[in-house]
Ligand binder design. Structure first.
Ligand code: KET
Length: 398
């Protein structure tokens, strides 16, 4: 009956977690999946989340179905984080926002929406991008292409090639963009470059779909949303998927959002209705526990302020690990450039190691990176950084 079903090859990122768990090397380090670990190598429970959890736990309350779009406070929290608390576009009622099952759920509902209402549109992703971008859109029968992005020769961006490529695209083609903290490269566009990209999008009437999963880990909450807010200022139609997995350290609670910025209130209502309809037929409604944590943290002024401080502390620790690894490697290998470590932004660094070198790190040292050479810098700490640097020196010397 099921003998014709293909075997699943496994996910290049999540599959590392199982391998890592099974590895008996006492010195093993997980630099694979994009999660934040603290200085003690532990995944934190944020203080603001602990307070929210206590409020949810006492008094304990029933768990009814949520609305298809999720809790209003969760949706409001997404909108104010992405567009700014007093954004005119919010006051004008021009943003359709639903709470989703993580950023992945937002991307899935967005891909379904594009497939159903823009059937001629292709979706173009950066080369390289987060692998699941391609899988999610292709899984919704949206044809996926790639736009030039990362320049392996310079460690920068093939910006002119990228713009020239955008200029060949058709009206309503979708561009899947990383507003900050590019995954997997960590290489971000400057504000001037974003302005040029958005001008081309406007001129070619393309659809920007911005996936922001690391807001706060780049510069700050507002700067990281520059591209989003500039698109709104330009009056562009815009899709934004956001994730609270990393910046609330709520990975397993599956909390995110999908927002669609529309030209008129009538169009916003139409889009919001269809998003609800899509949720109903995919997973019916989002989980309540994570949604309640988001609602409490995002809408309690004191907790929100505490949260921002906790995200910036995570950001700063990652930045300090970038600086430290760079200096340790520069000491050990003269003449090799490690500037990329501090030039890149957010949780990831594209180390440029070959797949063979990545495999050697794993087999010889129990150090897990993604095979495309992405390293999750958040896995570094003062007690493992020398071990990792020495291992990198070893595999780089061949
Ligand atoms: C760019 C991006 N977008 C969306 C997501 C999904 O987030 P979530 O809210 O958990 O559904 C992730 C997760 N990335 C990390 C984990 C994963 O691969 O699922 C990663 O790149 O390691 C992203 O890196």
């Amino acid at each position: 009956m099921f003998e014709r079903i293909d075997y699943y090859a496994g996910d290049p990122i999540l599959g590392l977690m199982d391998k890592f768990a099974a590895d008996n090397n006492p010195d093993k380090v997980n630099l694979g999946v994009g999660v934040y670990y603290d200085e003690d190598g532990k995944m934190p429970v944020l203080e603001c989340v602990k307070t929210a959890e206590q409020r949810i736990a006492d008094p304990i309350s029933p768990r009814p179905y949520l609305p298809m779009a999720g809790l209003p406070g969760h949706r409001k929290g997404c909108q104010e984080l992405l567009f700014g608390k007093d954004a005119q576009v919010l006051q004008d009622g021009l943003v359709a926002t639903i709470a989703t099952i993580g950023g992945s759920g937002a991307l899935k509902v967005g891909a379904e929406f594009i497939h159903e209402w823009f059937p001629q549109s292709k979706c173009y992703v950066s080369d390289p991008t987060w692998g699941n971008h391609i899988a999610i859109f292709e899984g919704s029968d949206v044809e996926v292409g790639k736009y030039p992005y990362y320049d392996t020769a310079t460690g920068g961006i093939k910006f002119d090639e990228m713009i020239a490529f955008f200029e060949t695209l058709n009206k309503d083609d979708v561009l899947l963009l990383h507003p900050c903290c590019h995954n997997p490269t960590g290489v971000d566009l400057t504000r001037e470059q974003w302005d040029q990209v958005l001008n081309v999008i406007q001129a070619r009437e393309l659809i920007p779909f911005m996936d922001i999963a690391y807001q706060g880990f780049g510069e700050d909450m507002d700067s990281d949303a520059y591209a989003i807010r500039k698109a709104v200022d330009m009056g562009l139609p815009l899709f934004v998927s956001n994730s609270f997995s990393k910046n609330l350290s709520l990975y397993g609670e599956r909390v995110g959002g999908l927002s669609v910025v529309c030209p008129t209130v009538d169009e916003t209502n139409r889009v919001f209705g269809q998003l609800n309809s899509m949720v109903r037929r995919i997973y019916s409604s989002p989980p309540s526990h994570g949604g309640r944590v988001v609602d409490i943290v995002m809408n309690d002024e004191a907790l929100h302020e505490q949260w921002v401080g906790e995200v910036y502390a995570m950001r700063d620790r990652i930045k300090s690990m970038r600086t430290k690894l760079k200096s340790v490697l520069e000491e050990k290998i003269s003449g090799r450039n490690f500037d990329y470590l501090t030039a890149q932004n957010g949780m990831f660094s594209f180390t440029g190691l070959t797949p063979e070198q990545v495999a050697q790190l794993q087999s010889k040292y129990g150090i897990y990176m993604v095979s495309n050479s992405r390293m999750c810098v958040a896995g570094l700490n003062s007690s493992n950084i020398d071990y990792i640097a020495n291992a990198m020196v070893d595999v780089l010397k061949d």
